[in-house]
Each structure stands twice: as structure tokens, then as C-alpha cells.
Design a protein around this ligand. Structure first.
Ligand code: ADP
Length: 294
């Protein structure tokens, strides 16, 4: 084992000693490189299997927020999410320890079941306000969640304007583009349906939808908020999209208003602008193309 791996092994041991009462000798220890920027391991003890993510103390509060997000989703009792075991910091490194979700073969009804469960989650968690009681993260980007009774205003203020401000400050977009955004904002109340909010996973793409041991869906890595459910469905189309059966099942259980396909690009301006801010100007033409079409 390299010195770095040994240090990480010892770091994980410390976390286990805090949160597990029994014997913490690790039967299996496997690094996980699936994620964005955090480090992760899967560890197997006599008492069970755990998944631990940590960072180097950057993105302060990220895991505390992620733990709260997981607990919010869990309370809906609709889609499986990993149980949170503990969250904390050791030597300035923040960590999140959770139950490990073992994976299995996909069941034939995976997508229908997923669509129904997501619809149920959105329906059951309907809320008057749009927002959340705390700031969290989408990937490495801070996500502002100031409450607003109006879903469109929430989307403009907390989702688009907050990202535009950062992009202008960092000269990733120019003032002319900001002006084009402002003109779009005037049209949004007519373009977006006025719905009450639902609890959203907030970062719903295939990388965060696992197949559990029963062959059904389990969600990880949420960026929750109470918001427009159409924004969640639009988000799923960002990186290739989900199976057609998923959308059909969702629509059957909790129908969405006509014209959704034309609204998808509007909602996806948010993750695109986050990409502009995190990864650079390469994403600006995609934003411009959407703005030009409204
Ligand atoms: P990051 O926040 O760094 O993007 P993720 O939480 O998305 O990391 O995790 C990366 C991958 O690790 C996921 O795509 C999933 O395959 C796996 N994973 C995440 N959480 C668990 C868990 N609790 N149990 C098992 N595997 C997990």
C-alpha cells in the first residue's frame, strides 16, 4: 500500500471509530472513483457495508447539506436513498458516512417503477414555497435557495440570476448576454406553468440513479430544494436522458402540462450556467443558442 493510501486507510479508520460501536476491522476496502471531485471508499465491516465520501476541507458544509438532502428525500418514503450514518470533520477534512447501496442486475420494470416513484415523490412533497431552509451545492457550485412563493420568480432569482452574476464577474459572459437574459425573464411568467413546488432531487442524471440489489432505483448525491418539478424532468435530459418508459410512467402517475418539450431548454439554462461557471466558456454557445430561440 502506498503511503498516501495508508494515510487514507487510517483516516477512514478514525471515521469508523467515531460512528461504529463494534469492531472496526475492515474486511474489504475499495476506493471509488466514480464521483466528481470528492474522494470515496466502500468499506465492509462485520456489522455491514458503508460508503464514505470526503474532501480536503474545500466546499465547506457540502456534506452537512448533502446529509440533510438525503434525509429530506428519505422522509418522502418513495425512492430509496442511502441512510446517513454520520457527518463531520477530521483534520479539516469533511466527510459523509452512509449506508452502502449494493448494486444488482436491473429489473425489467426498472424505468416504469422509477417514473412512478419520482412522480409520487413530487406529488407527496408538494409545498407552497419554493426554496429550502439552507444553502446547498450542485456539484461544486453553491446553490442559493431563498424562499419565494412564486416558482418562476424563485427560478429567476435563485437559479439564473445567481449564476449570471458569477459569470459576469468572472467575465465568462458579457453584459449583452446578461441583457438577453433580462429580456427572457420578462417572458418567463407566460412560458412556465405556475405550479406549487415539490421536493426535487435536484441533480437527477444517470450517474446519480443506481440500481440496487433488488434491481430497482436508489438515488444518491442529491442537491434538493422545493421547486418546479418540470425543472427536475428537464434536468434528466441534460446528459443523454432516461428511458422513454420512465417519462411515460411519470406522466401517467402525475401528468405534466402540454408543451413541456419546448420548455426543457429554459429549465436547463440553470445547469448550463453552472457548467459555464465551473468549467468555462465552452458552454456559453449552448446558452446563447437557447437564448436566441426565445
Ligand atoms: P460525487 O459527489 O463525488 O459526485 P457521488 O455521490 O455521485 O459522488 O458518488 C459517485 C458514485 O459512487 C455514484 O455514481 C455511485 O455509483 C456510487 N455511490 C454513491 N453513493 C453510494 C452509496 N451510498 N452506496 C454505494 N455506491 C454509492
Amino acid at each position: 500500500m502506498s503511503q498516501q493510501s495508508q494515510e487514507q486507510y487510517q483516516f477512514i479508520e478514525k471515521i469508523l471509530k467515531i460512528h461504529v460501536q463494534e469492531d472496526v476491522s475492515m474486511e474489504e476496502f475499495q476506493f471509488f472513483y466514480g464521483g466528481n471531485f470528492n474522494l470515496a471508499v466502500r468499506v465492509k465491516l462485520k456489522s455491514g457495508e458503508f460508503f464514505i465520501k470526503w474532501n480536503q476541507g474545500d466546499h465547506h458544509g457540502l456534506f452537512e447539506a448533502e446529509a440533510k438532502n438525503l434525509q429530506l428525500l428519505e422522509q418522502t418514503k418513495t425512492i430509496q436513498v442511502p441512510q446517513v450514518i454520520g457527518v463531520g470533520a477530521i483534520e479539516e477534512k469533511e466527510y459523509l458516512m452512509m449506508e452502502c447501496i449494493p448494486t444488482g442486475g436491473i429489473k425489467a420494470n426498472y424505468w416504469e417503477d422509477f417514473g412512478h416513484k419520482l412522480a409520487q415523490m413530487h406529488q407527496k412533497s408538494s409545498n407552497e414555497g419554493h426554496g429550502l431552509a439552507y444553502t446547498n451545492y450542485l456539484g461544486a457550485a453553491e446553490q442559493k435557495n431563498d424562499w419565494n412563493l412564486n416558482g418562476v420568480d424563485f427560478f429567476i432569482e435563485n437559479r439564473l440570476k445567481s449564476q449570471i452574476e458569477i459569470a459576469v464577474y468572472n467575465r465568462r459572459i458579457d453584459l449583452q448576454m446578461e441583457e438577453t437574459f433580462n429580456r427572457l425573464f420578462e417572458k418567463l411568467p407566460q412560458l412556465i406553468p405556475h405550479e406549487s413546488s415539490s421536493l426535487l432531487h435536484g441533480d437527477l442524471w444517470s450517474g446519480n440513479a443506481m440500481v440496487n440489489a433488488d434491481g430497482q432505483v436508489a438515488l444518491v448525491d442529491p442537491s434538493c430544494y422545493f421547486g418546479l418539478r418540470e425543472a427536475e424532468l428537464a434536468f434528466t435530459t441534460m446528459f443523454g436522458g432516461f428511458d422513454k418508459l420512465f417519462y411515460e410512467a411519470y406522466h401517467e402517475a402525475y401528468p405534466i402540462e402540454k408543451g413541456f418539450h419546448e420548455r426543457i431548454p429554459i429549465y436547463n439554462l440553470y445547469p448550463l450556467m453552472v457548467h459555464v461557471n465551473l468549467f468555462g466558456e465552452g458552454y456559453v454557445p449552448a446558452v446563447q443558442k437557447i437564448l436566441n430561440s426565445y
